[in-house]
Design a protein around this ligand. Sequence first.
Ligand code: RFL
Ligand code: PHB
Length: 396
Amino acid sequence: MVRVERSEVAIIGAGPAGLVLAHLLARAGIDCVVLEERSRNYVQSRVRAGVLEHPTVELLRQLGLAERLDREAMTHRGIEFAFAGQRRRIDLEALTGKCISVYGQQEVVKDLIGSWLDLGAVLRFEVSDVALHDVHREHPSVTYRHEGESHRLEVAIVAGCDGFHGVSRPSVPAGALEVADRVYPFAWLGILAEAAPTNEELIYSSHERGFALYSMRSPSVTRLYLQVPADESLANWSEARIWDELAIRLPTDAGFDLRQGPIIERGITTMRGFVASPMRHGRLLLAGDAAHIVPPTGAKGLNLAVADVVVLAAAVARLLHEHDETGLVEYSAVCLRRVWRVQRFSAWMTTMLHRLDGEDRFARQLQLAELDQVTTSVAASTALAENYVGLPFGPH
Ligand code: RFL
Ligand code: PHB
């Protein structure tokens, strides 16, 4: 037996895109159901992003979802670049009037799920066999299984917020999507360590042996990354080797107090830029990683997901409240403009900071000259800072 249910919007995926969208729609008085294939515990403990742009934090505040964030997030007024034995700071606040917040993605997800369930709203975890139907018609539906029962959810809009490996993007017929893809020949090995950060701000280090990033999650947890080959296996990296390599790539001529501690999480992240367009197929709207991914060097993926759903929620409200399809029609073009600006920034940061195999002396000197320019010229550092703190949301 199939249980038939109705709502206005089906949201596939309870990551940052799906959850922020659910809250935005609820504010607009629009009914939605969120379907998530993993367990609540799994999505709340998945370690990923850590940098929230200014517009992301402002939006969470406007939605009344930033109470814990405002208490616990670390406000960073600048970032640092290490290269050629020196460390140079970019004063984000002085250059833009804005700061960034360091707060784990899983903490954002926890806050959004908690407040969503407090509203008594629907979020089904551990659904399976999710399939989209009739998305090119006015009345699409989503079928899925939950707690041993088959369901059919009939809606006006399906929001594909199910990440890079979800079902939404592959539901669009072949030929209707165009893909731009760039896979980098290196990856990031990331660790979380129970060690108090010894530097107040993030350090992006461009070293002859490869890139390293010094970040953090809290006053007692450090987050560190090392550039490794694209096909690298975690098994090749003992704790001692990880710390040794960090101790080579992070210090400058002035040294560096790299505090070690137990490693509580480790993983390898591939580096890729990917954009599928258009981001709409009929009544299916793709948002976040389901439509695009960026290499993490710019700290942009989560923020871009949030930027998409701001546009998506406004388009859906216009359709359902005013019977006006303009927002739907413009959705993809409005999002893609920001998406490509963020891709450009992320690709630029990636190329400027990583070691490229077979790179000649000339290419390395160009990287160093670029880092020098970006950390000394007010015009160049302002351009970096403007992108890093976050381009405005919405049509601009
Ligand atoms: P998500 O977070 O992948 O959420 C998608 C959700 O959909 C579920 N799902 C399904 N649900 C139902 N049915 C199906 N068939 C489904 N298939 C999948 C999944 O279980 C999941 O819960 O996508 P979303 O919401 O678009 O959010 C995107 C961000 O997660 C991502 O862009 C960032 O994590 C990227 N990223 C960073 N972004 C930043 O803004 N700042 C950073 O500092 C930053 N650092 C990072 C990062 C990503 C990293 N990794 C591991 C990829 C650092 C790393 C290491
Ligand atoms: C992180 O803290 O996980 C992080 C910070 C900056 C980045 C990417 C990831 O560019």
